[in-house]
Design a protein around this ligand. Structure first.
Ligand code: NAP
Length: 283
């Protein structure tokens, strides 16, 4: 038997604290608000946007969406972000990534006020994580992995953690966050040799490759804790992770399902960041 690490329990736990904070803000006539900037009509962006709006509405957080054409100019983007930075009613700014190629991603990332940067795009917030300061905004997916491990009491101190991903959204910030929790971290990627021999010796394996069912039982031991961050679609059109769940379930200590795993925590943390940002901006 493997323990199944569902995201829902973690999300519910986080929402309890959040609800109290929202109630306290309401008593002062303050309602947290997020501005969402979506460029183009990509179906996964629209689905993500719907899920954020639904979750925000349920918790009493206001949303406003700016839908921009794919051809939006750099100046239009920067002007909009500047306007939102100055708007005292907006507590968080979320820009969906990746951007169209003609836009300068780095410039846009740094233009978002560090105080409203709920998805940790501004290098100032990333820098804090690399300095070991975990009290600011963190990339929600990486933070969701840490929250899952903490909630299920999976020991990090001294544990060997292997992360298969080196992106700025997942692998790099996550490695620094785990390091701050005294884990020993190895980062793997597409050029890593003998991947399965590395993962097999780890206590915890985090995968965010983006390839449906690429990883089977050969990569793990009976003591492995497996965190699957990826959201892929399999040959039958069903959502799945990087892990071949049916082959791995029962042969490891614990495993996250996809869907109903890390993804459920990511959106909750995004909303938590809006609320936390709102509190800090109104002290
Ligand atoms: P990405 O930038 O494409 O990163 C993929 C990583 O996997 C890269 O580091 C890549 O190595 C590595 N990789 C590719 N093929 C490999 C192989 N055969 N063996 C070992 N490593 C390999 O993607 P991302 O934006 O970080 O997202 C990764 C996944 O996370 C996606 O499936 C996405 O849907 C999911 N995601 C989930 C959430 C959530 O809330 N659960 C949120 C965001 C993203 P190189 O660096 O060498 O190319």
């Amino acid at each position: 038997m493997s323990e199944i690490l569902y995201g829902k329990n973690v999300a519910l736990n986080l929402k309890e604290d959040m609800k109290k904070n929202i109630e306290n803000l309401k008593k002062k006539n303050i309602i947290p608000k997020v501005a969402i900037i979506r460029i183009g009509e990509k179906s996964d962006d629209i689905a993500y946007e719907k899920s954020i709006i639904k979750n925000c509405t349920n918790l009493g957080v206001n949303t406003e969406t700016y839908k921009l054409e794919k051809s939006v100019s750099q100046n239009e983007m920067l002007n909009l972000i500047d306007k939102l930075n100055k708007d005292t009613e907006v507590n968080g700014i979320l820009v969906f990534r990746p951007f169209p190629k003609h836009l300068d991603q780095e410039l846009i990332n740094s233009s978002i006020s560090a105080k409203k940067d709920i998805d940790c795009m501004n290098p100032l917030n990333l820098e804090k994580i690399f300095e070991g300061k975990l009290d600011g905004f963190m990339p929600c997916t990486a933070e969701a992995v840490v929250e899952m491990l903490k909630y299920y009491n999976i020991n990090l101190e001294g544990s060997n953690v292997v992360i298969i991903n080196r992106s700025m959204v997942v692998g790099k910030p996550l490695s620094m966050m785990l390091l701050s929790h005294n884990a020993t971290v190895t980062i793997c990627h597409s050029k890593t040799k003998k991947l399965s021999s590395i993962t097999k010796n780890a206590d915890i394996v985090v995968t965010a490759v983006g390839k449906a069912k690429m990883i089977d039982e050969e990569y793990f031991s009976k003591d492995s804790v497996v965190i699957d961050v990826s959201i892929n679609v399999d040959d039958n059109g069903k959502l799945c992770g990087d892990i071949d769940y049916d082959s791995v379930y029962g042969k490891v200590k614990a495993i996250t399902p996809v869907p109903r795993g890390v993804g459920s925590v990511t959106t909750t943390l995004l909303i938590k960041n809006i609320v936390d940002g709102c509190i800090k901006q109104n002290i």
